[in-house]
Design a protein around this ligand. Structure first.
Ligand code: BV8
Length: 253
């Protein structure tokens, strides 16, 4: 039996005993849906930009058109993408444990489209558009009727439409932070899936769970700063590893 197969069996046995499983995902879980990960080289028009340099209020202030067009390009990619078996396996896993918390850094909405409920979106949603000054949600038919790059806001003559995401230097939604903190404080099994573990405060959640004695599972083809804290490391794509964990769990009866 390979080391990966042994790890998958051990993880499934631990899931079976778990009382609260917390899963934190990053853009890697959407890679197999065809969405480039956040730090992967941007393609085409965008390859000369670093995502971190575009995903900021300063960038939007300085050049709203470029930032708006980048998000329109990403929103188009997301619209054409479909959830992959990794997203689907998490929907099944949630049904197999007493308490399941899914916290995502992703803004693509693929967990919800796969059927996950109660998803905590730490960094907001690219599907949502808000007013840059009032932060109120702008619905799609206003945007369709008032095209622009970006469109102006219906709520404030000085406001612009902007993506409903959390930019670098912006605070995370308080309800998302509270939900994540509660899950970190009470989970006995923590999965870190498809994240490079570089962006705070999300990057600290796995360490805090491990500090409390929770077992940590990292599913990522590459090492991350959390790797030394992991009880089990699966250097596999999430779309392969997660369905195999669910299969092993079902085999345990
Ligand atoms: C905050 C939305 C405080 C936008 C994102 C100075 C000033 C203020 C704050 C800071 C500062 N210096 C540092 C900070 C903190 C800062 C931060 O962490 N910076 C980093 C760069 C050092 N954080 C913030 O600013 C946060 N806010 O701290 O507020 C505050 C409080 C009060 C008042 C004011 C401020 C806000 C952070 C949120 C930023 N927004 N997204 C958008 O998407 O456009 S973050 C962005 O990174 C995405 O959400 C992404 O999900 C996230 C994390 O990246 P990853 O998901 O990990 O993606 P990455 O590409 O890095 O890695 C992918 C991984 O997948 C890889 O490891 C790869 O190996 C793996 N993989 C690939 N394929 C697969 C796979 N794994 C499994 N299966 C596969 N098939």
């Amino acid at each position: 039996m390979t080391e990966t197969a042994r790890n998958i069996e051990a993880i499934a046995a631990r899931v079976k005993q778990a009382s609260h499983v917390m899963v934190m995902t990053g853009s890697g879980i959407s890679a197999e849906s065809g969405i480039p990960t956040f730090r992967e080289a941007q393609t085409g028009l965008w390859e000369k930009f670093r995502p971190e340099d575009l995903a900021t209020p300063e960038a939007f202030e300085r050049d709203p058109e470029t930032v708006w067009k980048w998000y329109e390009w990403r929103r188009d990619l997301v619209g054409k993408a479909a959830p992959n078996p990794g997203h689907g396996a998490l929907v099944t896993l949630a049904e197999r444990v007493p308490l399941f918390s899914l916290i995502t850094q992703n803004v693509d909405g693929l967990h919800q489209r796969a059927g996950s409920t109660g998803v905590v979106e730490l960094h907001g949603s690219i599907i949502r558009t808000i007013c840059s000054s009032t932060r109120r949600v702008i619905d799609r038919d206003w945007l369709d009727a008032n095209p622009g790059s970006p469109p102006r806001s219906p709520y404030d003559p000085h406001g612009l439409a902007r993506p409903g995401v959390v930019w670098f230097g912006e605070p995370l939604p308080a309800d998302a932070i509270d939900a994540a903190a509660l899950a970190v404080a009470t989970c006995d099994l923590f999965f870190s899936i498809g994240t490079s573990g570089l962006v705070e405060p999300a990057a600290s959640f796995g360490h805090a769970a491990a500090d409390r004695g929770a077992h940590v599972v990292e599913i990522n083809p590459a090492p991350t700063p959390l790797s030394p804290r992991a009880t089990w490391l699966l250097r596999e794509p999430a779309g392969d590893a997660l369905p195999r964990i669910v299969e092993a769990l079902d085999a345990l009866g």
